[in-house]
Design a protein around this ligand. Structure first.
Ligand SMILES: [Zn+2]
Length: 262
């Protein structure tokens, strides 16, 4: 140490106790000053070194570690946010697709309903315009113009042999102009059609329509029977050009001419 050397060189061996004490005091003071000076002169080097070697690297590592951890956390958070956003977008997409599918299904159902309604309307229109046999299941009996003991003149219609109580239907759309007792025809119905022809249904056991009633092709108008001048259950069917007896035409020919195959 510089101060010790200075003291050795400058101080005689025969110093008094008090001097020593003084010197010592001065040395102490000098040491104190020197220490301060040395501290100042050597600067932070010594102390820095002693102080920093370990803690500096440790702090740096800790800071670096913290930075890395923060960066990793930020990356993770970004990834989570991106994933959440993607998930949200996918959910919205699915919801939109579901809405579109529901709209399409509703539209399809409406179109199917409209189509069915249009078909029903077309079918009804076609039915109204069409002709039919006056009963569904039958055996053809006595034909038109046939001579027989039961008729005053030749047979004015076509007989459809069926059991009593069989459904009788309008051969074509029209208006009921007769519904009641018809003498030799028994209970009978006459319908006036829009083409100014008439159809007649005789020997009925039941009349199911009223005078003036509008009926359409195939509509049930009564039940077959054997009333009037009849020897057994059957439906007497006539086509006429007027409401009256005597204006009949061949009914099977007429039906065939109107698209029916009796
Ligand atoms: Zn007959």
């Amino acid at each position: 140490m510089r101060l010790n050397s200075t003291w050795k060189n400058r101080t005689p061996k025969s110093v008094t106790r008090g001097r020593v004490a003084v010197v010592t005091g001065g040395v102490v003071a000098a040491i104190a000053l020197g220490s301060t000076a040395a501290f100042a002169a050597d600067g932070g080097h010594h102390h820095d070194g002693a102080f920093a070697d370990r803690p500096a690297s440790s702090v740096s590592a800790a800071v670096q570690h913290q930075a890395t951890a923060q960066k990793a956390a930020a990356t993770k958070a970004e990834a989570a946010a991106a994933k959440a956003k993607a998930s949200h977008l996918a959910a919205e997409r699915h919801a939109a697709q579901a809405r579109q599918a529901a709209v399409a299904a509703k539209r399809a159902a409406e179109q199917a309903k409209e189509k069915a309604a249009a078909k029903a309307a077309a079918d009804l229109k076609a039915r109204i315009a069409s002709w039919e046999t006056p009963t569904a299941h039958y055996v053809l009996g006595a034909g038109y113009d046939q001579a027989g003991p039961h008729w005053a003149h030749k047979h004015s219609g076509q007989d459809f042999v069926v059991n009593s109580g069989t459904t009788v239907r309008a051969a074509h759309t029209g208006t009921v102009v007769e519904a009641g007792w018809g003498g030799a025809y028994g209970n009978n119905i006459v319908i006036k059609h829009d083409d100014h022809t008439y159809s007649q249904y005789g020997h009925l056991s039941h009349i199911g329509v009223s005078l003036g009633e509008r009926v359409i092709t195939g509509q049930t108008i009564g039940l077959s029977g054997s009333t009037g001048n009849s020897t057994g259950p059957h439906l007497h069917f006539e086509i006429r050009t007027t409401p009256y007896y005597g204006s009949s035409v061949e009914p099977l020919h007429f039906l065939r001419a109107h698209g029916v195959n009796p």
